[in-house]
Design a protein around this ligand. Structure first.
Ligand code: PRP
Ligand code: URA
Length: 208
């Protein structure tokens, strides 16, 4: 479980509680998803490789750094969309590649409906963005897609995970780092995380 990182940052824990609150309306919910995504991505990118560069300041020359690898942001539609913009502002050189999956309500298995990855990989590090890791089916399927594409390093950045999702993702892909704000108690009989926050897509987009 050394690849599972559950944040204990006070800002993340504070915002997570606001996000969970059933009284939080979609506008505030979207703001919180955006802010949590930035904070979680900050933690998830602490080991990115750097290259040395020389920078000319108004006062002379300084040794500096530049990111060595190209980063791909891979939101899982729909709910992962709300995690993109904030992170992208922090790393404007990133590329965004969308994967469309929804869970079949009966089987809880992911169904792919959108994938616009180019033939060859264009990035070295992929951050999969999805607020919820429930059964883990969607995350496992996305890692499968990215590995088949040729992605070299993959990290999952989520907000709330169920123990079942952590188990499924670590067993299927033990090389993938998982960064979340919380690991909750269990999944209910219809595959929702308890206590969780309900339906992350519906709460962001005001549907359902
Ligand atoms: C939710 C969530 C994840 C998935 C997690 O998406 O955003 O993608 O469920 O569940 P899993 O770990 O059991 O696969 P959903 O299928 O509700 O689609 P949506 O984002 O379009 O609402
Ligand atoms: N998807 C959600 O949006 N919420 C859950 O609790 C599980 C899957």
């Amino acid at each position: 479980m050394e690849r599972v990182h559950v944040s204990n940052h006070p800002l993340i824990l504070h915002k997570l509680s606001l996000l969970r609150d059933a009284n939080t309306k979609p506008k505030k919910f979207r703001e919180l998803v955006r802010e949590l995504a930035i904070l979680l991505a900050y933690e998830a990118t602490a080991d990115l490789a750097l290259e040395s560069v020389d920078v000319i300041t108004p006062m002379g020359e300084a040794r500096g750094h530049t990111l060595k690898e190209k980063i791909g942001l891979v939101p899982i539609l729909r709910a992962g969309l709300g995690m993109v913009e904030g992170i992208w502002e922090m790393m404007p050189g990133a590329e965004a590649w969308h994967i469309g999956l929804y869970r079949d309500e009966r089987t809880l298995r992911p169904v792919e409906y959108y994938n616009k990855l180019p033939v060859d990989p264009t990035v070295q590090v992929c951050l999969i963005l999805d607020p919820m890791l429930a059964t883990g089916g969607s995350a496992v399927a996305t890692v499968d897609i990215l590995k088949k594409w040729g992605a070299q390093r993959i990290k999952f950045v989520g907000i709330i995970a169920a123990p079942e999702g952590i188990k499924a993702l670590t067993e299927a892909h033990p090389d993938v780092d998982i960064h979340v704000a919380a690991v909750d108690d269990h999944l209910n009989e219809i595959g929702y995380i308890v206590p969780g926050l309900g339906d992350a897509g519906d709460r962001q987009f005001g549907t359902g």
